[in-house]
Each structure stands twice: as structure tokens, then as C-alpha cells.
Design a protein around this ligand. Structure first.
Ligand code: PEP
Length: 252
């Protein structure tokens, strides 16, 4: 049985005091709610203040990125050891903004996935096509390549620590959402690839989030789809009310 997983990616927003206030307010609203797993990923500089208040709330602490190295001469990078020390539970890897703006490719992302698993993190591995790729009929080819590359040499056992986030690039921060049917079709295709790379039980068990302009108004419809197990949320995770509205979709 797959458990719904709603994750907020705050990107380059939220000062330390804003992050801790957000988490305290969200935790108050969630109470002992346990229908879904909930995560927030503050920017690195706000992780310590988030970590101070997140303990005991049941909310998972995420990081938006991680170095592919543990230590040394890597100016500007943040090591898995540093994230571990701060109490981070989950790292988001392969986000389209990392791929497109900072040139991260599948081999590089795969190194990070392996290192994150080695240090006991859960991973959210993001995949998704650009508008150009969608319009030229390449959705499946792109998603298959990103999955195969990102999961290279990852064992089936380790897959239990990996969530896939399908995030069509054209739907991120644009207000355009894939229709629930379109998203569900790609999610079903992702399960097919996991089946091919691993097994039918791995395909059945893997949690697949949808990401791209998810908001309280469209989350119930998306989450009702058979293959959509949660959401990776950018813009709408910056306000407690809208993020809570997405988490609480079932009761909306
Ligand atoms: C994201 O960046 O992961 C994302 C899905 O952003 P938004 O919800 O703002 O489209």
C-alpha cells in the first residue's frame, strides 16, 4: 500500500525565522494527522532553524540539493555529512531547475543518488520533459532516459528509499498543470519502466509524486488518479494555508 507523500520545495525563499514560524503553524494545523507523509525543503541557510522546530512534529525535513562529494575543495557545495548533521531526512535530486539552469546531467545526478543512499537519506528523484520534448512526442523517451540514468546501479532494496517526482518542466511555476489523465498516463509509464528495470512489485510499490503548479484547487483531482501518490509542490508550499489545503485534499 503506497502512502501519500506531499513535499514542499521552498526553492530560494524563506529566511530562518520565516521557516520556523511556517513549520510551527503547519504542525499546529496538522495535529496528529497521519494520512499522508509531509515534508518541507527549506533553502540550506534555513535548515538549522527549521530543524529546531520540526523535531517531534512528524514533518520530514528535506534539502533541495546535495553535493556529489563528501568533503574537500568544492566551493559552494553542501555535503551529505553536513545535511545529516542538521537532521535532514530527504534530499530532492535532479530537479529540473538543477538540470536546466545548472547543467546537471543524469550521470551526475546518479552519483548524488548513490551518495545520498549511502548516507541513509531518502531521495526524491525528479524527472520530466520540456514543452519542446512534449510537442515532439518525446515524453516517454525522456522520462525513460532520466529514470534509467538516475537509477543506474541502484538496487531494488534501495528503491524503497526513493520517491519519483514526475514534473513536466512546462508545468513548473507556470500555472499550467498537466491534466490528471496526462499525468496519470506518464506515472503509469514510470511504473512500466520500474517494472522493466526491477520487478512488478517494485513498480507497484514505488511512490510517484506529481509536480507542476499543484494547488489546493487541483490537488484532489490529481491525487484521485490511480498512479499519482502525492505531490512535489513549489509556489503553493510557501503559504501555510495553501500547502495545508493540498495536504488536506481528501477532506476538502
Ligand atoms: C517544483 O519546483 O518542484 C514545482 C512543482 O513548482 P510549482 O509547484 O511552483 O510549479
Amino acid at each position: 500500500m503506497r502512502k501519500t507523500f506531499i513535499a514542499g520545495n521552498w526553492k530560494m525563499n524563506m529566511l530562518p525565522a520565516e521557516a520556523s514560524a511556517f513549520i510551527e503553524e503547519l504542525a499546529g494545523k496538522l495535529g496528529n494527522y497521519s494520512d499522508a507523509r509531509v515534508m518541507v525543503a527549506p533553502p540550506f541557510t534555513s535548515i538549522p532553524s527549521a530543524a529546531d522546530v520540526i523535531k517531534g512534529t512528524g514533518i520530514l525535513l528535506g534539502a533541495q540539493n546535495m553535493s556529489d562529494e563528501e568533503a574537500g575543495a568544492h566551493t559552494g557545495e553542501v555535503s551529505p555529512l553536513m545535511l545529516k548533521d542538521l537532521g535532514v531526512d530527504v534530499v530532492i535530486l535532479g530537479h529540473s531547475e538543477r538540470r536546466m539552469i545548472y547543467g546537471e546531467n543524469d550521470a551526475f545526478i546518479n552519483r548524488k543518488v548513490k551518495l545520498a543512499l549511502k548516507h541513509g537519506f531518502e531521495v526524491i528523484l525528479c524527472v520530466g520533459e520540456t514543452l519542446e520534448e512534449r510537442e515532439s512526442g518525446k515524453v516517454e523517451a525522456v522520462v525513460e532516459e532520466q529514470l534509467t540514468g538516475g537509477l543506474n546501479e541502484i538496487s531494488e532494496e534501495s528503491l524503497a528509499s526513493i520517491t519519483i517526482a514526475y514534473e513536466p518542466v512546462w508545468a513548473i511555476g507556470t500555472g499550467k498543470t498537466a491534466t490528471p489523465e496526462d499525468a496519470d498516463n506518464v506515472h503509469a509509464f514510470i511504473r512500466k519502466i520500474i517494472d522493466k528495470l526491477y520487478s512488478s512489485s517494485a513498480a507497484e510499490e514505488i511512490v510517484i509524486q506529481y509536480g507542476g503548479s499543484v494547488k489546493p484547487e487541483n490537488s484532489a483531482e490529481l491525487m484521485a488518479k490511480e498512479n499519482i501518490d502525492g505531490a512535489l509542490v513549489g509556489g503553493a508550499s510557501l503559504k501555510v494555508d495553501s500547502f495545508f489545503g493540498i495536504i488536506n485534499y481528501a477532506k476538502a
